[in-house]
Design a protein around this ligand. Sequence first.
Ligand SMILES: Cc1cc2nc3c(=O)[nH]c(=O)nc-3n(C[C@H](O)[C@H](O)[C@H](O)COP(=O)(O)O)c2cc1C
Length: 372
Amino acid sequence: MSRQEPTLFDPVQAGELRLRNRVVMAPLTRNRAPDAIPTALMAQYYTQRASAGLLISEATAISQQGQGYFDVPGLYGTEQLDGWKTITRDVHAAGGTMVVQLWHVGRVSHTELQVNGDAPVAPSAITAKTRTVLMRDGVPTFVETSAPRALRANELPGIVHAYQTAARNAVETAGFDGVEIHGANGYLLDQFLKSGSNSRTDDYGGSIENRARLMLEVVRAVSGAVGGGRTGIRLSPVTPANDAFDADPQPLFAYLMRELATLHLAYVHVIEGATGGPRVLPDRPFDYVAMAATYRRAGGKGAWMVNNGLDKALAERELAAGADLFAFGRPYIANPDLVERLQRGGPFNTGDRDTYYGGGAKGYTDYPTLPR
Ligand SMILES: Cc1cc2nc3c(=O)[nH]c(=O)nc-3n(C[C@H](O)[C@H](O)[C@H](O)COP(=O)(O)O)c2cc1C
């Protein structure tokens, strides 16, 4: 008799995290945290979605320097940690499991958001061809990112330390079940990783080993503080988001997989293709099956999480192919009870794009659930 195959709705273990199903709420920046402090409305929003196997918080700044957009929450102040504590308490009371996404935007920022109006920091002084969103007269407005300055090598230990402190505070003080290191979408760690944004000539630039160094130092520091089994990492090998580009990503990510495999992480989270766009990019071919196989061959345990444009059928195909967890982004904006809707085969609400970023309850906590 053949073994019963798991479904999307069966429990799974991801490192130390016992998840009640395999449906994950992807990290979604919603810009509703004035002064970087999480609110009661955010608690309501996350709690509405607590039937997910795992909630990944919106990207959350590890430091003021790591901020790049208006009204994004942080993890570097007491009031911020207190705000998150209320949220994790409510999510836990609803039976949910929640990690926080640790964010440093690097060059995707603006002088207005930086301490003393400083330039944003980056591996190299190369301006990202992308925009950020700032508040102008009460209206979220796209603005070109500011020219960054290259970080000095002697500043990097401070950045690693900021990740570690944020992770420790997230778990010990704010009550998160773990953390996800944001290594994707053209932000600081991805900027170091990829050749298009890193032209350094020191130990943090040039070879694959050097470009991956900062990310691996951060993963080791964070997992050392909270445990590998409570640490995940998000990667996007070929996304063009925020001007991210690498000339030869396959060997870069193979190296990273071999190194991460030794760290006993809760999960590796991979955005397949262009974030929020096509899953296959003709000019940026990439073999995700090979990436996952390299991780497993090198002894990598924990869960393999996939994301981007998933629906139930595609998630089921990826499950059959060996993935463990399935992150849904835009579907979670509009469907607080996404697990139940996937189970019943729909129907699904459509999200209102005008209320994705910023605002209040409208388009945030007012999407209907299915009648019981
Ligand atoms: C409004 C919005 C905010 C997002 N914020 C984040 C974020 O904070 N961190 C992150 O890693 N990805 C972020 N993403 C990307 C999503 O997590 C996800 O990768 C993307 O939407 C593709 O998945 P989907 O097709 O299921 O929506 C965001 C996407 C949207 C639409």
